[in-house]
Design a protein around this ligand. Structure first.
Ligand SMILES: [Zn+2]
Length: 325
């Protein structure tokens, strides 16, 4: 089976303030070409860490009111020193990545997806981004310290008006954390206010389209809503890492990819690498994330015995329809 077209619907280029992951466009373009990727939607890292004239800027913010206190605890002193970006916090990261991918010589067709912060970005800035007609905009609720409930209605209205889909990080954490002042509690809280069903509820209410990442964490309720409405598609990746984090799935199966492909409609599943999170070791055991990168998900999909038509849908047709590319 040879696919003439493969769309990676969600990967990151750049450094992240919290992780050892570094997404490098050269490495990505080489590895992605090797496995047959022809089109890629790329976005900044969730908490971009950028280098301007040798000054490192973590694209984070100050916390002036209680809602963002969770992230303040989580960040710690080291990260709060450079919290320059209180206003349009990802603007610089977006600008730099867009310039980088537009100028990069590669056979892969890159689509730039801006990262937005619905609370700290001005509506004028978001509208400016939307007027450039990106294929999608990305929200990472954990990195941005917000939930769909805290996302202003005006933001959703603008997204709807321009009819541009959101790519949303979905999460879940089955651990019970007892100490509410700990970093672990803050992270657990943020994961559980960014569950797929919470985003789905808002999307249905507002009539906006969402690409739900990370296999909707195999939440039965979310899978049902995805299968019965036209607003959603589901990203499968990074299947290697998701399989290693069972406490972040509603239903930890022995074969994540198989259960996902058996339960989500074949017209709703989309291939994504989530480079450079496509690792094959638990994050706590990674020493150099680059050494443990895993590019085997297309082969694992093929091993499920899907037909060529089903493979085409997952590998490119569903994304081409949803993102209009
Ligand atoms: Zn991602």
């Amino acid at each position: 089976m040879i696919n003439k077209r493969i769309i990676d619907a969600h990967s990151h280029i750049g450094r992240d303030s919290f992780h050892a992951f570094v997404g490098e466009i050269k490495e990505y373009a080489e590895k992605a070409s090797t496995i047959g990727i022809t089109d890629s939607l790329v976005m900044p890292a969730p908490s971009p860490k950028i280098n301007i004239n040798n000054e490192i800027i973590n694209c984070l913010w100050k916390y002036n009111f209680s809602k963002q206190e969770f992230m303040f605890n989580f960040l710690g002193a080291e990260y709060s020193k450079n919290s320059k970006a209180c206003f349009n916090p990802y603007a610089l990261a977006n600008f730099m990545l867009k310039r980088e991918i537009l100028n990069y010589p590669s056979a892969i067709h890159f689509y730039f997806v801006p990262l937005v912060h619905p609370l700290f970005d001005s509506l004028e800035y978001i509208e400016k981004l939307l007027m450039e007609k990106p294929k999608a905009v990305k929200i990472h609720g954990i990195a941005s310290g917000l939930s769909p409930e805290e996302t202003p209605i005006e933001f959703f209205k603008l997204i709807k008006q321009y009819d541009i889909p959101l790519i949303v990080h979905t999460d879940y954490d089955s651990n019970q954390i007892v100490n509410p002042s700990s970093n672990a509690w803050a992270l657990n809280y943020l994961r559980n206010v960014n569950t797929p069903s919470k985003w789905i509820t808002f999307a249905i209410k507002m009539g906006i389209r969402i690409y739900l990442t990370h296999g909707v964490r195999l939440d039965h309720n979310s899978i049902h809503l995805v299968n019965t409405t036209d607003l959603f598609v589901v990203g499968i990746g990074p299947d290697s890492l998701i399989s290693l984090e069972p406490d972040r799935l509603y239903y930890p199966p022995s074969n994540y990819l198989k259960v996902l492909c058996d339960s989500v409609s074949i017209d709703k599943l989309c291939f994504d690498l989530d480079y450079p999170w496509n690792v094959n070791k638990p994050i706590s055991k990674l020493t150099d994330a680059r050494l443990d990168l895993d590019f085997g998900s297309i082969e694992r999909l093929k091993s499920l015995g899907l037909t060529q038509n089903e493979m085409d849908k997952i590998l490119w047709k569903n994304s081409a329809r949803f993102f209009k590319i």
